[in-house]
Ligand binder design. Structure first.
Ligand code: HEM
Length: 142
C-alpha cells in the first residue's frame, strides 16, 4: 500500500513542478525579463536549467511513476484514458525537445526562432494542463 501512496505522491509533486514551473515562467519571469537588456542571457540560462530539471528529469520520472501507478493501481495500460494519456505524453515530449533543442537554442538574434520557442512553450503548458485533467479522470475511474 505504501508504494502506491508514494508513487502517486511523487507523481503529483513532479506534475506540480512541471506545470507550476511553466506557469511561473510565463506569468512571472518572462514578462519581467522581456524588457531588460540582459534578457537573452537570462532566458538562455533559465531555459537551460528548466530543460535539465523539467524536460529530462521531471518528464522522465513522470513517465516512470505514471506507468508504475497504472500497473499497481489500475491493473495495467488497458484503460482508454491511460492509453490517451500516454499518447499525449509522447506529444508533450516531442514539443519539449523541439522547444529546448531547436527553437530555444536558436532564439538569440532570431525573431523566427524566438516566436517558435514562445508558441511551443504555450502549447506545452496547455497540453500539460490537459494531462492533469486526464489524471483526475483516471483517478475517478472514467
Ligand atoms: C506531463 C506529464 C504528466 C502530468 C503533468 C501528469 C499529472 C497527473 C496528476 C496531477 C495526477 C493526479 C490526479 C489525481 O490523483 O486526481 C495524475 C494521475 C495519474 N497519472 Fe499522470 N501525469 C503525467 C504523465 C503521466 C504518464 C506518462 C502516465 C503513464 C501512464 C500517467 C499516469 C497517471 C495515472 C495512472 C494516474 C492516476 C493516479 C491515481 O490513481 O490517482 N501520468 N497525473
Amino acid at each position: 500500500m505504501f508504494t502506491k501512496e508514494l508513487l502517486i505522491w511523487l507523481h503529483v509533486v513532479l506534475a506540480s513542478f512541471w506545470v507550476g514551473g511553466m506557469i511561473f515562467l510565463s506569468l512571472v519571469v518572462a514578462p519581467f525579463i522581456r524588457s531588460r537588456p540582459y534578457r537573452n542571457e537570462v532566458f538562455q540560462e533559465v531555459g537551460r536549467r528548466f530543460s535539465l530539471y523539467g524536460t529530462f528529469l521531471t518528464l522522465g520520472l513522470l513517465f516512470l511513476t505514471g506507468i508504475g501507478i497504472a500497473y499497481l493501481v489500475h491493473g495495467g495500460l488497458e484503460r482508454r484514458t491511460i492509453k490517451e494519456k500516454l499518447a499525449l505524453f509522447v506529444i508533450i515530449l516531442v514539443v519539449s525537445l523541439l522547444h529546448d533543442l531547436w527553437a530555444g537554442r536558436k532564439a538569440v538574434g532570431s525573431e523566427f526562432h524566438r516566436r517558435w520557442a514562445r508558441n511551443l512553450g504555450i502549447v506545452n503548458l496547455l497540453l500539460s494542463l490537459l494531462m492533469v485533467y486526464m489524471g483526475v479522470r483516471i483517478r475517478l475511474g472514467l
